[in-house]
Design a protein around this ligand. Structure first.
Ligand SMILES: N[C@@H](CCC(=O)N[C@@H](CS)C(=O)NCC(=O)O)C(=O)O
Length: 176
């Protein structure tokens, strides 16, 4: 794939869709969001969706880098993730969801899907992370019940499982 140019910048992820081989995470997400009407109703909705998605992406980056750290660094990273979620990111989403079912424009968007993924990933490390965020708790329950999302979250679906030793070793061999 690298040699035949399918990976435009020699990086993953790559998604094959509509006879195209797409790379760059944000470009892929935005294409699918537009196609599936998950990108708001106008430019103002879109910029809010972008801001929320970039926030959750920053939180997810802390989580993803955890798996490739030494044990000593992992301990610090676990604490950093918790602090950032509790003090920087979750309060923003908690407030946005006050009296609203979804983050932007009263309809499901990419920002909601991204937030749900960040919540579920954080809970793998800190199961109590939502205890002081009632709006996020309700949001998690509500969005997890959307039939397509519910199916995706079921065991055996295409959702990537949490990284195990085999996966981490394989990624290190390929990338480092
Ligand atoms: N900006 C790219 C970054 C992708 C990226 O960093 N991919 C890593 C794996 S997670 C990779 O392929 N690294 C190999 C390399 O950069 O040579 C995106 O958002 O998709």
């Amino acid at each position: 794939m690298v040699k035949n140019g399918d990976l435009l910048f020699e990086q993953i992820p790559m998604v094959e869709i509509d006879c195209m081989k797409l790379v760059q995470t944000r470009a892929i997400l935005n294409y699918i969001a537009r196609k599936c009407k998950l990108y708001g109703k106008d430019e103002k909705d879109q910029v809010w969706i972008d801001m929320y998605v970039d926030g959750t992406s920053d939180l997810m980056t802390l989580i993803l880098s955890y798996f490739f750290m030494s044990e000593a660094d992992q301990k610090k990273q676990r604490q950093l993730m918790r602090d950032r979620a509790l003090k920087r990111y979750f309060p923003v989403y908690e407030k946005a969801l006050e009296n609203h079912k979804f983050l932007v424009g009263e309809q499901l968007s990419l920002a909601d899907v991204h937030l749900l993924e960040a919540i579920l990933s954080m809970e793998e490390f800190h199961p109590d992370i939502l205890q002081d965020f009632p709006n996020l708790q309700a949001f998690k329950t509500r969005t997890s019940e959307i039939p397509t999302i519910k199916k995706f979250l079921e065991p055996g679906s295409k959702r990537k499982p949490i990284a195990d030793e085999v996966y981490i070793t394989c990624v290190k061999e390929v990338l480092f």
